[in-house]
Design a protein around this ligand. Structure first.
Ligand code: HEM
Length: 414
């Protein structure tokens, strides 16, 4: 891939574009542009057993909501070796080397490594999770069928790029020796996906045909609002597998979406956008503010507003995405999904890689069906029309992965 032109982009967007380009040339351009600020090193023995236990390591915003790191890479891997003690030790040693190279926080590196159902079939074990499938009647996605997914995340663009190259033996990360690499065990699979989250970053992309000027300057996500409020996220314990060989692990679902932002920003006004993303009550009572700044750490959709979804469809002809999806909470009000989604412009189109952790893929399916609102289609709202944000999002791919606890993360066969 050609490298981006630094003279045409803001510095942050240039770094974002280098992560999207990937490779050692992008990494050197990124290191040149990042200046000399040192990246903290880390200690593998200080990392928790749950690969997904990021919350204690993440920075928080002024309201106490954990902040997903700014840069993300979803690395697809194909297995090329037999799974045995040697290959397992090699993979574990490569991962521990990364943990020595970088601190366990937003400035360093957060990552998870998961395995697809096809991986388990390849190694001759019953897959402990289902194959991905279409979850609604209005989608026909492609499916991730590679063996393993590594999710790399950091506030430093050079860290995600360098960690990726280090896994393939191309560079020494953060002056720390790689005691082993993935070479000979894994090769790169398709697709390589990248993305970003952060106030101001979506508005940096208005030069792209699919991104209108009206994306708010301070919005962290393309659709113009904050997301990931602490109260609407599953606690890490709720998404942790509680028994069996993978107790302490979790699952990952990745839903890659493209966005129709022109209609969203140019045909709808702020009132309609709030009604469709949160709820009609949120719009009428002006609860949200321009990008969600009034919400603090909770949207307040759980309970009454979620329960009123079908009535809002009949009475107002519009329901909100958050209100509708909150119907899938557990009986005691706990949200079942831990969302770590991020924006993308992969393929030069605005989109979202919606990455969520849950104890079992069935939890995701339940939430996604609540979001699809097929039960209320025809009862005041359409299949897509005024049914939350469904008119503006298009599902392109889905993938399911088992993320073992850290002690079993290297080529599991249980
Ligand atoms: C472009 C796509 C999407 C956008 C812009 C979006 C945005 C939002 C926003 C703004 C909220 C409310 C604030 C918050 O608590 O985070 C929310 C809540 C939520 N969304 Fe999405 N979302 C998207 C896709 C999805 C998908 C694919 C799922 C999959 C099931 C999903 C599941 C949820 C859940 C579970 C909640 C929390 C509901 C609760 O309070 O229990 N979202 N989303």
């Amino acid at each position: 891939m050609d490298l981006p032109d630094s003279s045409e982009l803001s510095r942050r967007d240039y770094l974002r574009a280098l992560v999207a380009a990937g490779g050692t040339a992008a990494l050197s351009a990124c290191l040149d542009s990042s200046g000399d600020s040192p990246v903290p090193t880390g200690d593998p023995d200080a990392r928790p057993q749950r690969q997904h236990a990021w919350n204690d390591a993440l920075a928080t915003d002024d309201d106490g909501n954990p902040q997903n790191p700014e840069h993300h890479v979803l690395l697809a891997l194909e297995l090329t070796a037999d799974v045995d003690d040697d290959s397992r030790a090699q993979v574990e040693s490569a991962l521990r080397s990364l943990e020595s190279a970088y601190a366990y926080d937003n400035d360093g590196l957060l990552f998870t490594m998961g395995y697809s159902p096809s991986y388990f079939e390849t190694v001759g074990t019953d897959p402990p999770l289902p194959e991905p499938e279409a979850l609604t009647t209005i989608e026909s996605p492609e499916f991730d069928d590679f063996d393993s997914l590594v999710h790399l995340a950091s506030d430093n663009a050079n860290v995600v790029l360098e960690a990726e190259e280090a896994l393939f033996g191309e560079v020494t990360p953060n002056d720390t020796e790689m005691e082993a690499t993935f070479e000979g065990v894994f090769e790169r699979g398709e697709p390589r996906r990248t993305g970003f989250v952060g106030a101001g970053l979506p508005a940096d992309h208005t030069d792209m045909p699919g991104v209108p000027e009206s994306v708010p300057d301070e919005a962290p996500f393309f659709m113009g609002f904050r997301s990931g409020f602490a109260e609407s996220q599953a606690p890490e314990s709720r998404v942790t597998i509680s028994e069996g060989p993978y107790a302490g692990g979790t699952t990952t679902h990745v839903e890659s979406l493209t966005l129709q932002l022109r209609t969203w920003f140019e045909q709808d006004n702020h009132f309609q956008r709030v009604a469709k993303l949160f709820s009609p009550d949120h719009a009428k009572e002006e609860r949200v503010g321009s990008v969600g700044e009034r919400l603090g750490a909770s949207t307040g959709v759980a309970g009454e507003i979620a329960d009123d979804t079908a009535e809002d469809a009949r009475e107002f002809g519009t329901v909100g995405h958050a209100q509708k999806t909150a119907r899938a909470r557990d009986d005691d009000g706990t949200p079942p999904l831990l969302r770590r989604d991020f924006n993308t412009v992969d393929g030069d189109q605005p989109g979202v890689h919606f990455l969520a952790h849950q104890r079992q893929i069935g939890d995701f399916v339940r939430a996604r069906r609540a979001m699809a609102g097929e039960d209320i289609a025809g009862e005041g709202v359409g299949q897509r029309l005024n049914n939350g944000i469904l008119q503006y999002i298009f599902v392109r791919r889905r993938g399911n992965f088992l993320v073992p606890p850290r002690e079993k993360r290297a080529l599991p066969t249980a």
